[in-house]
Design a binder for this molecule. Structure first.
Ligand SMILES: NC(=O)c1ccc[n+]([C@@H]2O[C@H](COP(=O)([O-])OP(=O)(O)OC[C@H]3O[C@@H](n4cnc5c(N)ncnc54)[C@H](O)[C@@H]3O)[C@@H](O)[C@H]2O)c1
Length: 288
């Protein structure tokens, strides 16, 4: 039998998604963790579709610069709000400020996270507390902060950015994925249930590997920019070995625009009859 020949796998850049849609005209959306990476690309996509976008991020300079660049690129109003969303009052102040300025908050995309990976047994106490704060409290506080405004308008879209490692049982991901993203999926379903008659939908989009450096930033973060204690080099090497040899899924990382396209759907009016759902946008890394 002759061997089936496969074309060489192209880089994810070949899969960049562009849009002509304008589903967010007159709408106001908040994207957390949008100073860089996937969040930046989600913010750009929503701005391209006509939204006024608020970039909420702990990195003041980068958030401000990203807002200016996206505003110039898309012609939309893009502003930044700086603060650690896991801290008491930061998300509330942001939501009040956004509502005060625009008079509405149509959608919230919970993308901010801290990519801290190691075996549970190896976590120093202080890093364990940081990892839970920056992967659980951000989302919970941001949801609670926008809900009063969405309830008042009887309209809202909340999209949580998860990740597939919690359901593939990937080592080193017990806190980031098991606790962070696993609880996010539970939050998605139960908050969707709480708001199901209020015009609000809550859904979760889980990427697998994303080429988040392909975020279009003219001054991108250098390789290895995160605190090296977050994912020690030996953990990173073992992960690359594990994931690199895995035949699961399409076999390439997503271009961030591929994930942003799915987020934009759930954040739009078009997703009016979809709530409490979790969808892997992970090239088939996990199925169903
Ligand atoms: N990169 C991947 O391969 C991948 C895979 C699966 C899931 N994800 C998820 O996608 C999302 C984005 O990932 P990324 O690779 O772009 O990450 P990233 O680290 O490049 O960006 C995260 C952003 O969140 C901000 N942030 C973190 N904690 C914050 C806080 N407490 N308050 C305000 N801002 C805060 C950071 O400053 C940063 O700008 C995350 O939720 C991540 O878990 C990413």
């Amino acid at each position: 039998m002759s061997e089936v020949k496969r074309a060489a796998t192209p880089a994810s850049a070949d899969y960049e998604i562009r849009t002509q849609s304008r589903r967010f005209e007159d709408q106001v959306v908040i994207v957390t963790g949008a100073a860089q990476g996937l969040g930046r690309v989600i913010a750009r996509r929503l701005a391209e579709e006509g939204a006024s976008v608020v970039i909420a991020d702990i990195q003041a300079d980068r958030a401000e610069r990203t807002a200016e660049q996206l505003s110039r690129q898309t012609g939309a109003t893009v502003i930044s709000h700086t603060g650690d969303l896991s801290e008491v009052g930061v998300a509330d102040q942001m939501a009040a400020g956004v509502y005060g300025r625009f008079g509405r908050i149509d959608a919230l995309v919970n993308n901010a996270a801290a990519l801290i990976r190691m075996r549970l047994v190896d976590f120093p106490e202080s890093l364990l507390q940081d990892a839970v704060r920056w992967n659980v409290w951000n989302t919970l506080r941001a949801c609670k902060a926008v809900l009063p405004y969405m309830l008042e308008h009887r309209y809202g879209r909340i999209v949580n950015v998860g990740g597939e490692a919690w359901r593939t049982g990937l080592p080193f991901h017990t806190v980031l994925a098991g606790v962070g993203k696993g609880s996010m999926v539970g939050l998605t379903a139960t908050l969707a249930g709480e708001t199901v008659r209020d015009g609000i939908t809550v859904n979760c989009v889980s990427p697998g590997a994303v080429e988040s450096g392909a975020d279009g930033d003219p001054d991108p973060q250098p390789a290895g920019f995160r605190d090296p204690s977050w994912t020690p080099p030996e953990v990173m090497n073992e992960l690359i070995n594990l994931v690199g040899h895995s035949a699961a899924g399409i076999g390439r990382p997503a271009h961030p625009t591929e994930v942003a396209a799915a987020v934009a759907f759930f954040a739009s009016r078009e997703a009016s009859f979809v709530t409490g759902q979790h969808v892997g946008v992970s090239g088939g890394m996990a199925m169903l």
